[in-house]
Design a protein around this ligand. Structure first.
Ligand SMILES: CC/C=C\CC(=O)SCCNC(=O)CCNC(=O)[C@H](O)C(C)(C)COP(=O)(O)OP(=O)(O)OC[C@H]1O[C@@H](n2cnc3c(N)ncnc32)[C@H](O)[C@@H]1OP(=O)(O)O
Length: 667
């Protein structure tokens, strides 16, 4: 049997009833046949493709092939016998690991695990034919995997319990890995005929679940995000990116260091610039350490020869692209861009890593506004997968194509977004953070809010995330935007700014020098500065009590449901406004940003998909309810697009674009 490449079932078909003959009897019949069947695998054998290979009597694999059972990542399980045959072939621990993670493995690893019989650098099909001819005379009974006894460790229950705990810790609230464990248990404790029935029952609990819908949506959303398009007609498949061989990074703070590592490890020469000798030396040592650790982990040699460190911008005159990663200060950034205009050759692309400042204002101080684009990395930049590519009104299609393609080369999930304060991710964060602090005023605690969000599936609750990111950054932004400090009108009521509700608690926390993990104190307390073990702090509890009594606020019991609704519906509501404003082209782009940059749980699909799953009508009704209760919070006022979609019968996410297309695009 020649399997050039099989990515398994067509995932799009899972949205409707499955068609075609049932797979399991077909696969059982192949395995039971009297003629030897040899699978020749090239490319990939994933999901159903791998399950087909497992019923063959022998498996020959090209050395570049990859195999795996990724169903769990789609919210389902391998239900064509995969959970019953793989444990029989390679034992419970290895099968559990592969099935519960959905990890793809190389041909070499498959050989080591005993999944395949031979790995070849030649034509796998020709070798398989030779193999079949030699196998004709041999008995097949030991080659029928479903007939094998599952090699079972003596402490099976303890092992399954440990894996269950691990899965629950890693993927809180996710159903599919737990169902996979139960199916593998059946392979260990039941004959194949019963195990396959158990596999099918477990699949039935997952197949139509909201989690499966969300995870399958994420698979396609991630691929859709790369397909950017501009109102001019320029798009991902008709705009040629430039080849980038050399780059420069300005600023060796946390972001700059991560960007240097991301570039060097994909073979791009990097010149790193700092303004002072001491900062340069510290940055250099840290980058070298990060690259060496990264290379060790990947089993390759560190590409230190690609690096150059300098104090002089003059050294950048020949690079293909520059990424500025200096302090988040517009005046400073403008000076850097003016200087770059002078020293870099006219064709050099100038990028900024700003997390929310006006990219077009920076373009305006250069001699080449069409070659300026935002490349907003997320911290730590060598780890986080998200890259927002911020298209200014004057960025050329070639510039955007180059930034998107460079992101892909660095292994990032790149999303093209328009230029507005905070772009997509940080603009949406504001109403989300605001709701969390308003809930504090009204009676909740940081740990209660975080627990509700973490139970929902967020990697980290909003307060733990803020402590990790550093509270001083937002404090500085609030000072600069006149929300605190001498510019505030003294006639302003204390909990109002710029005509709307304002919560000063985050400022009070910062005034105490509590900047989060780095200072050992923030919304939580930590063992030491830089510690990561967050513990509730009675001082924060006192601060909240004093604050409420000062302003005469009677604390009330706040339910987890209210926390989730107010935080997440406010988040999605801003997403609708971003779509109206043409800052993101599609809801999928927003969801991908939240999945890869902000720890939104994949099994929730992202804020926009989640809103559609809850039901747009319900989201609208809850936002109206909360806005009525808090009329001084404009973010809770339902957006016109949300209302329009509800009026149109709440179409699925994939169809929202049809209702936005007449609106103006900033991409
Ligand atoms: C009874 C049920 C029986 C079996 C269950 C299953 O088999 S479930 C399916 C299990 N298979 C997978 O999860 C594989 C998913 N695909 C991948 O991991 C990657 O696409 C792959 C195959 C490794 C290739 O990666 P590459 O980076 O080369 O390409 P890309 O991901 O961009 O994909 C190219 C286009 O193909 C579409 N696609 C890939 N796999 C599937 C699939 N199984 N079903 C439907 N579509 C698939 C992908 O969306 C891309 O399409 P595009 O229109 O270009 O966006």
């Amino acid at each position: 049997m020649r399997m050039c490449s099989s990515a398994g079932a067509d995932i799009r078909e899972f949205a409707g009833p499955l068609r075609g003959p049932p797979l399991v009897p077909l696969l059982d019949a192949i395995e039971a046949g009297e003629k030897p069947v040899v699978a020749a695998i090239e490319g990939v054998a994933l999901g159903g493709g791998f399950e087909l290979a497992l019923v063959c009597h022998y498996r020959i694999v090209h050395f570049k092939a990859r195999l795996g059972l990724p169903e769990v990542t789609l919210g389902i399980l391998p239900a064509a016998g995969g959970t019953q045959r793989l444990p029989r072939l390679i034992g419970i621990p290895a099968a559990l690991e592969l099935i519960t993670t959905g990890r793809h493995i190389s041909a070499q690893e498959a050989l080591k695990l005993g999944i395949v019989d031979q790995v070849t650098e030649q034509n796998a099909c020709e070798l398989a034919v030779e193999f079949a001819l030699r196998a004709v005379a041999k008995p097949l009974s030991s080659r029928r995997v479903s007939m094998l006894t599952t090699p079972c460790p003596p402490d099976l229950d303890a092992l399954l319990e440990a894996v269950t705990m691990q899965v629950k810790r890693k993927a809180r609230g996710v159903m599919a890995p737990l169902a996979c464990i139960q199916a593998v248990r059946a392979a260990a404790t039941m004959p194949y005929s019963k195990g396959i029935k158990r596999e099918s029952e477990l699949m039935a609990t997952l197949f139509n679940s909201g989690q499966a819908r969300a995870l399958q949506y994420c698979f396609f959303a991630q691929r859709t995000a790369g397909k950017w398009t501009l109102p001019s007609g320029a798009q991902w498949n008709n705009s040629k990116p430039r080849e980038i061989r050399s780059a420069a990074i300005i600023g060796l703070g946390t972001m700059g260091r991560g960007i240097v590592v991301s570039l060097a490890r994909v073979g791009i020469s990097v010149i790193a610039v700092e303004s002072e000798k001491k900062l340069l030396e510290t940055g250099k040592q840290m980058v070298i350490g990060m690259l060496e650790r990264d290379a060790k982990r990947r089993g390759v040699s560190a590409s230190l020869n690609l690096l150059k460190f300098t104090l002089s911008l003059q050294d950048l005159k020949d690079v293909d692209l520059v990424i500025e990663a200096v302090f988040e200060d517009m005046a400073l950034k403008k000076r850097v861009f003016q200087e770059l205009s002078k020293v870099c050759r006219p064709a050099t692309l100038l990028c900024t890593n700003t997390s929310g400042l006006d990219v077009d204002a920076l373009a305006g101080v250069t001699d080449r506004p069409h070659l300026v684009v935002g490349m907003h990395f997320f911290s730590p930049a060598h780890v986080m997968k998200l890259l927002e590519v911020v298209c200014g009104p004057r960025s050329s299609s070639e510039t955007i194509a180059t930034a998107m393609s460079l992101g892909k080369r660095m292994g990032k999930v790149s999303v093209a977004v328009g230029n507005c304060p905070g772009f997509v991710g940080n603009r949406m964060l504001k109403p989300y953070l605001d709701q969390a602090t308003f809930l504090l005023e009204e009676g909740a605690t940081p740990e209660q809010i975080d627990k509700a969000l973490e139970d929902f599936g967020f990697a980290m609750g909003v307060f733990r995330m803020s402590d990790l990111a550093g509270l001083d950054v937002g404090w500085r932004v609030r000072k600069e935007s006149g929300l605190i400090g001498p510019d505030v009108d003294p006639k302003n009521p204390p909990r109002r700014r710029q005509g709307r509700r304002y919560c000063p608690i985050p400022d009070m926390v910062c005034e105490q020098g509590r900047f989060g993990q780095k200072t050992g104190r923030g919304w939580y307390m930590y063992d030491k500065p830089g510690g990561t073990n967050a513990k509730p702090d009675p001082l924060i509890q006192n601060l909240l009590e004093m604050y409420r009594s000062r302003y005469g606020i009677q604390p009330r019991n706040i339910s987890d449901q209210e926390i989730i609704e107010r935080c997440l519906f406010a988040l999605a509501n801003e997403g609708f406004r971003i779509l109206e404003d043409g800052i993101a082209a599609r809801p999928e782009d927003i969801d991908v940003i939240y999945l890869f940059g902000y720890g939104f749980p994949r099994h929730g699909g992202g804020p926009m998909f989640y809103a559609s799953m809850v039901g747009l009508e319900r989201v609208l009704e809850r936002l109206e309810h909360y806005h009525q209760a808090h009329p001084d919070v404009p973010h809770l006022e339902p957006s016109p697009l949300l209302k329009k979609l509800v009026a149109c019968g709440s179409p699925p996410v994939q169809k929202w674009r049809e209702h936005i297309k007449t609106m103006h695009s900033h991409l």
